[in-house]
Every structure is written in C-alpha cells, then in structure tokens.
Design a protein around this ligand. Sequence first.
Ligand code: NI
Length: 268
Amino acid sequence: MTVKTLSGLLDKMWKDYVEINPLAQKISDLFIQDGERVENDHIALRTFNHPRLNIDVVARPFIESGYKYIGDYHFPEKKLYAKHFEHADKNVPKIFISELKIEELSTKTQVLINGLVDQVPKGKELEFDFVSSGRPWNVTSLQYRELLKESDYAAWVAAFGYRPNHFTVLINALKNFSDIVILNDYLKSKGFKLNSSGGEVKGSKEVYLEQSSILANNIEVTFQDAKLTVPACFYEFAKRYPMKDGTLYQGFVAASADKIFESTNSGQ
Ligand code: NI
C-alpha cells in the first residue's frame, strides 16, 4: 500500500521497526501494561552522503510534511554528520538523520558503497515512503564483512537500508520512571542488555539531556549469497531537562550520540 501522509509514514516506520526489533515492542508493551503512555522523542535514520541519498534526500518527506531543519552535529571519529528536524506539532517525533562521509573511507570501500547506490532504481529515492522501504540494493555477506572492517555504520546501512535505526521513549512522559538510572535498572531486571559504551547514562542534567539505549538485537539477514546473524535495531530512552528559559531542551548532544551509535556495533 502506498503511504502518502505523515501519520501513515510514521505508522509504517513503527511497524517495520518492531518487526525486526521485537524487543522494542516488548518494552513498549511492558510500559503500557504498567499504565504508562509511551511518547516517542525521536526517530533516527541512517544513510550515506552520496548526492542521491544524502540527509537532505532522506529528509524530503518530512520537510514536505512540515518539518524544519533545526541543528546539525559532527562526529569526526566515526566520519558521520547529522541533522535534526522538528515539526510544529509537538505530538510527532523529532527526526534525526545521520550520513556517513564516504570520501573519508578507503578507495575500496568508496567503490563498494557507490556500487550499492548505483543499484537504486532511478527516482526510487524520491518516493514518499522511501525512508521505510528497506534495502534498495543487493549486497553479499562478503561485502558486509568487508564494510564491517572499516565502519560498523556502513555495514548497518548496507544490510538494512532505509528504515528506522531506532525509536526513542521520552522519559519525561513516563509516570513511574522519571529517573533514567531507575529505568535502566528496571530494563536490566527484565533481561535487556544496555549499551554501556561511555557509561550506561550518556549526557547529564548540565547538558539538558540524558540518554540510554538497549543493545541492538541480532537478527538473521539474507544477503545475496548467504544468511548472517547481525545487529539490527535498538530502543533508546531520553530524558530532557529545562533550559534557563524554562523550556525543555529539544536538541541533541554530539558526545552522547557518538556513543549511542555504538548500540549497533558487532561483537557487543
Ligand atoms: Ni537517538
């Protein structure tokens, strides 16, 4: 079914996301059973900075639906750049889109990634629901392993393509878990594994944002030549603090996001 509206697109993205990340559905269900209201702070998407598929191309359906560009972030070590977008309707999530700077990778990897992008049928990237269409290219398990040597991020995009990397529960909207440490302990008691890179809690009240995330669950992905079990998507949790003017901080913190990216690293 063709999706033409923002609410239709957000619904499709959630359904697609929980299908490959059943842990998110499980956590969301646990909250709802406890009488909580699960509010989504942001959705994260990943891409390459290739002119056909860069952040601005991926952002198109959101801009068309009224989202505005708000801020950008640099991750030099991971060779990533990101932008975040917000909608005037505060009931819809922020959108965080990152891109891998392919010109900073080895020539061999650049050739491999350009070969993937060249397989995308002309104009497909301009379809409204492209961001929820999955992998638009064929890729072999050997190519996946090659990419993994240089960038976990590149390997993830090659394997999964265009679908949410993560959704994020807004802690502020939860009644019983206003403290991120208590929430983390609860998640661990239920058997979920947290990303502990840089500590389980990323950020602080001083930077107006605390974040944590569970590690991506591994799923079996069918590559052109073989099946491999690889890290898929994860669920994130964010607590926002008021700034001096009293309004909740709505941006992101690069140092924290840098560690959150590692939730999909292999060998966690
Ligand atoms: Ni995030």
